[in-house]
Design a protein. Structure first.
Ligand code: ADP
Ligand code: MG
Length: 665
């Protein structure tokens, strides 16, 4: 139903639009973010009383601040002196003998009020929803909109949770849940509403994921024929022995490639756990079956590094591998396009350039994307559509516990690499409460003198990339003048052109630069074995997973590595996080810590990976509901397929999926 049903001004409608509210239904789904609960009883040191004003308020100003005082009397004939700050605008309402309600602290008949309502207590007691609103719209008018929306829509609020599950989980019905979340009479009302709404949200999410997965697996993929002996020889010829987890992941992927269904698999592992080689083996298996493969990386630096690594792995094979990035000349690009079209190139590594319109493949059969959280769903789709039924593998370095991954990425299969290659040393991490390098300067100088290279990571700035660049530039200049001609300092940031970035990175790899000052563009993937010290400025601004990612850039060879987390303005909570990093080297553990602290959006990059952000459900706190919903969804789908049960719920979701072209009959 359209918002015009509100019969309000177009200005108000614009405000609603800016709050992502486009329909009457959206109004009902804009839930309060908290409730003010006003009880007619004394609460700890706070009190609430109804009283009549006796004296004219007196007001004192100091600058813009004000202090207003006046006298009141309550029903028991107690007199109080009331003081309230910065509310002088209430003066005109505080006429003698008017009845008001005061909230505040009381001592010796003196009340320091935190709020005053120009109303009797009977009109304000109860539970009041508080909505997050944009300027120009107040709580009262929004509540009227909610009332109107509820009146108009209440008969259409049919529970999407089937009756059977409502009974099984002791839930209330949807119309009551929606009513009570906006107009609760008690805390119990809110609790019951939330229980229904969370369950419904997770159930719909799970149904969506599982139906998508089911649909995908019912479409014909390519059952690839792979010469497993030849694959085995390739694996044996690698410069190292695979870890147990790597072997398991390889097995899962190779099995998938041979199945007649499309693969849609998520490969997660901690930084340095060795995902690249697993990807390389998978690409080789796909090559042996006669199909082209593609590996897509989020940055040009990472793409060219992958290209070098893979070229090395494939050097004694007949694989023809190429690199396609934006910075190639038109002539070079055209050459690659031609070879992709006629099948001369077997494996292509690149950035977004891989799925531009001009690029056509002869027989693309398999696509890997690295560091999934930097890629949009749209981009992945575009690449996938270059081949008909390509198998798809996503590699991610933001690990989450497998059970949580399964619940969240319900439409994918998950492979997890937990163990690290043997002999890998931990990165010695130290939190330094300082904003300058002074405390670590001696170590840095000794380290450089011993022939090592160092990363210096600059503060993350929320407001703009420009500020980050300015910071990085200042720091690099300071380093340059300090080390004069002794060491070379390079500067890397997001506003450089791709070929400039590549050149600097290459100089660092070749040890022509010893100190690389960088913004977080260096975060993903790069592998420079001689660089074993990292200094991170303003470490308090980064998430734990991100710091762990950053520090994963060092300690990649077999030398001892040091990471300094610098911060002189960390809050107590941030200090705790930084100290935690000193002792914990487990990415799974850290990402859980981050999840709890900052929520899944921050950690999983959910907007980009296509996960909906949940309105009421909390992936961690309500994990048990998510699990229950997962089982229920899978039972419901089975019952639907066998006996057309739960058609109302399931067909609504199928309709939506078809609308978004995510479902093929
Ligand atoms: P990530 O999972 O972070 O992408 P990489 O694939 O870049 O990790 O691997 C990190 C380093 O570990 C690379 O230098 C790689 O050659 C090495 N490596 C990978 N697997 C093994 C192994 N089984 N034994 C020894 N070294 C390995
Ligand atoms: Mg990697």
């Amino acid at each position: 139903m359209e918002l015009s049903a509100l019969k309000t001004t177009s200005k108000r409608i614009d405000i609603l639009h800016s709050m992502n509210i486009y329909s009457m239904e959206d109004i009902l789904y804009h839930f309060p973010y908290r409730y003010d609960i006003i009880e007619e009883s004394y609460e700890s040191d706070h009190m609430i009383i109804e009283a009549s004003v006796i004296t004219q308020p007196k007001i004192f100003f100091r600058g813009k601040m004000s202090r207003m005082s006046f006298e009141v009397v309550d029903h028991y004939n107690h007199h109080y002196q009331v003081v309230i700050f910065n509310r002088h605008y209430l003066r005109t309402h505080l006429t003698p003998s008017s009845t008001i309600t005061i909230l505040g602290k009381c001592q010796n008949n003196k009340i320091t009020a935190s709020d005053i309502k120009i109303k009797p207590l009977s009109e304000i007691a109860g539970i009041h929803p508080v909505y997050s609103l944009k300027e120009g719209l107040n709580q009262k008018s929004f509540l009227l909109y909610v009332k109107k929306a509820y009146q108009l829509l209440k008969d259409d609020l049919i529970s999407e949770v089937p009756e059977e599950y409502i009974i099984k989980h002791h839930l209330i019905h949807k119309d009551i849940a929606i009513y009570n979340i906006h107009f609760p009479d008690s805390k119990q009302d809110i609790k019951q509403s939330l229980k229904y709404l969370k369950y419904e949200e997770f159930l719909k999410f799970q149904l969506t994921m599982q139906l998508t997965k089911f649909n995908r697996s019912s479409q014909n993929g390519i059952a690839k024929t792979i010469d497993l002996d030849q694959l085995q020889s390739f694996i044996i010829a690698l410069p190292f022995k695979l870890t147990h987890d790597q072997s398991m992941a390889v097995k899962e992927i190779v099995d998938d490639l041979q199945k007649p269904q499309m693969m849609y698999r998520f490969l997660q592992g901690d930084v340095g756990s060795g995902k690249t080689v697993v990807g390389a083996i998978a690409l080789y298996a796909n090559y042996l079956s006669g199909y082209q493969g593609a590996l897509m990386a989020p940055t040009e630096i990472l793409a060219s590094q992958h290209y070098q690594t893979l070229s090395n792995f494939f050097k004694n094979t007949t694989v023809n591998i190429a690199l396609l990035t934006g910075s190639l000349s038109t002539k070079e690009k055209n050459e690659i396009y031609e070879k992709l079209q006629n099948g001369e190139i077997d494996i292509i590594v690149g950035t977004h350039a891989l799925f531009q319109k001009k690029v056509n493949y002869k027989n693309l059969g398999f696509v890997i994307t690295d560091e999934q959280h930097r890629f949009g769903v749209e981009q992945r789709k575009a690449l996938k559509n270059k081949g008909k039924q390509v198998d798809f593998l996503i590699m991610s370095a933001t690990p989450i516990p497998r059970t949580l991954a399964i619940a969240l990425y319900g439409d994918m299969d998950v492979s997890t690499i937990k163990s690290k290659p043997a002999g890998r040393q931990e990165v010695e991490t130290k939190f330094i409460e300082s904003s300058s390098m002074k405390p670590i300067l001696k170590h840095l100088k000794d380290y450089l003198a011993s022939g090592g290279q160092c990363y210096v990571i600059c503060p993350l700035v929320d407001e703009s990339e420009k500020l980050e660049v300015r910071n990085a530039t200042q720091i690099s200049e300071a380093m340059r003048s300090y080390f004069a001609n002794q060491y070379q300092v390079g500067l890397l940031h997001g506003q450089l052109k791709d070929d400039e970035k590549n050149e600097i990175m290459q100089q660092f790899i070749d040890n022509k630069i010893q100190i690389l000052v960088s913004t977080t563009v260096v975060e993903v993937g790069v592998d420079v074995k001689n660089a074993n010290m990292m200094i991170i400025y303003n470490a308090e601004r980064f998430g734990m997973s991100q710091l762990h990612q950053l520090r994963g850039r060092i300690g990649r060879g077999n030398q001892k590595a040091y990471c300094y987390l610098m911060s002189d303005q960390a809050s107590d909570e941030a200090k705790e996080r930084l100290h935690y990093l000193e002792s914990c080297q487990d990415g799974f553990d850290l990402s859980m810590y981050d999840l709890k602290l900052r929520g899944p959006g921050e950690v999983l990059g959910e907007r980009q990976s296509g996960l909906p952000s949940f309105l009421v459900g909390d992936v961690l706190k309500d994990y048990n509901i998510l699990e229950i919903a997962r089982n229920d969804a899978s039972n419901m789908i089975m019952a639907y397929q066998n006996q057309k049960m739960y058609a109302y719920t399931i067909e609504r979701i199928l309709e939506k999926l078809k609308e978004n072209n995510e479902y093929v009959d």
